[in-house]
Design a protein around this ligand. Structure first.
Ligand code: AMP
Length: 396
């Protein structure tokens, strides 16, 4: 079955067209600057060069239309007819407590997603716009919503409640939700199987380390705790996001004269590795800085790796041990130095790191020694494929 996977932002739309049975990407791309000047579509058929088309896109319906035309293009397309799009899988950021798994979209589901808009005001409305645009252009084609939060709905109450009045949880749904669920679900399963464990009888910690980072404790195939919280701002330090801080800092900065909007921007866009290093959010630049002995790079990387290690050790307590630690996403898959520094902290719990095996990027690999009590691996994530596979499973 050929599935179009859509990841819609407020002014952008990423897509992949996937043969979900063969698990192969046929084409992929991105529409940028939708609804504003300078719109463009970047399209790439697998194995071919990227093609960029500059064109104004008034709204997301126009963008989806351009994507469908590109897929059917005589020269570079991969289908002859729009009906070859057999299903559409939509990434939806927030499913609240309503959605604990992927679901076929109907009017009721749309209302449910809309009801979660409050929880992800920047993302869910954009996701809905994408769904509505696809429904308008492909009537009758089954569509599936795959939520970033759904995988974490198995967390026990002790992991998802915050220490604030319970009434606020009841009234507003303030609790830990967790994100990157499709990645944690896929990578935890793959990593368990990689070492010969059955996912349903394994304890895996997934370190999804990218621009946004989150750690997840996956016990017997289910998320039991995760580092992101009510929003994706919580948890470990990230590229530009602060991760966990004392909430009183917000109050303090407010009284120093910053507005709530300024503080929001500071914590989301100017903090993290960028804020600590003062020069970059990109871990490649940070590693270069460390190699040059730059103090500011060393401090940023130290805070990051220390924080990741503390989460992993904490999740060992949460699960009563760990069988497998998996590193994934841009930093986890590529930054050999981060993996080494994080694992150095974990020797006390039986992690024996294989420095020679660690010299690997972007592919599945064991990076612990044979006599390591806890197995460690690199496991590439593939969120689009998970969306395509969930869509296939539900539509079939
Ligand atoms: P993601 O959000 O998963 O796409 O990850 C993007 C991040 O991965 C970038 O900001 C880089 O910091 C990081 N990254 C990509 N390649 C490398 C590399 N070779 N070494 C270190 N970090 C990398």
């Amino acid at each position: 079955m050929e599935v179009l996977v859509i990841n819609c932002g407020s002014s952008s739309l990423k897509f992949q067209f996937i043969d979900s049975v063969k698990e192969e990407v046929l084409a992929k791309g991105l529409c940028e600057r939708i609804g504003i000047d300078g719109g463009r579509l970047v399209y790439q058929r697998e194995g071919y060069d990227k093609i960029t088309t500059e064109k104004q896109m008034a709204d997301h319906t126009v963008a989806v239309k351009m994507v469908l035309e590109a897929l059917q293009d005589e020269e570079n397309g991969v289908i002859k007819d729009i009906h070859e799009v057999e299903a559409v899988g939509h990434r939806v950021v927030h499913g609240g407590e309503k959605f604990s798994s992927s679901i076929v979209i109907d009017d009721e589901v749309l209302k449910g997603i809309e009801a979660c808009n409050d929880l992800a005001p920047l993302h869910n409305p954009a996701n809905l716009i994408g769904i509505n645009a696809c429904r308008a252009l492909m009537p009758g084609v089954p569509m599936v919503a795959v939520f970033d939060t759904a995988f974490h709905q198995t967390m026990p109450q002790k992991a998802y409640l915050y220490g604030i009045p319970y009434a606020l949880y009841e009234k507003y749904g303030i609790r830990r939700y967790g994100f990157h669920g499709t990645s944690h679900s896929y990578v935890s399963r793959k990593a368990a199987e990689f070492f010969g464990f059955k996912p349903e009888a394994s304890k895996v910690v997934v370190c999804h380390l990218g621009n946004g980072s989150s750690i997840c404790a996956v016990k017997n195939g289910k998320s039991v705790d995760t580092s992101m919280g009510f929003t994706p701002l919580a948890g470990v330090l990230m590229g530009t996001r602060s991760g966990d801080i004392d909430p009183a800092i917000v109050d303090f900065l407010y009284h120093k004269g910053m507005t709530i909007e300024e503080i929001h921007s500071l914590l989301n866009k100017e903090s993290g590795v960028l804020g600590l290093s003062g020069y970059s959010s990109d871990f490649r630049d940070i590693e270069d800085g460390v190699a040059e002995g730059r103090e500011e790079a060393i401090r940023a990387l130290d805070v990051f790796c220390y924080g990741v290690a503390k989460y992993i050790a904490g999740y060992a307590a949460a699960m009563g041990g760990v069988d497998v630690i998996a590193f994934t996403a841009g930093v986890g898959e590529n930054d050999t130095g981060v993996r080494e520094r994080v694992c150095e902290y974990l020797t006390f719990m039986g992690v024996k790191f294989d420095a020679a095996a660690n010299n690997v990027r972007g592919k599945a690999a064991k990076i612990s020694t044979d006599d390591s009590t806890v197995q460690v691996c690199v496991m590439p994530t593939n969120e689009e494929l998970v969306i395509a596979l969930d869509t296939l499973a539900l539509v079939q």
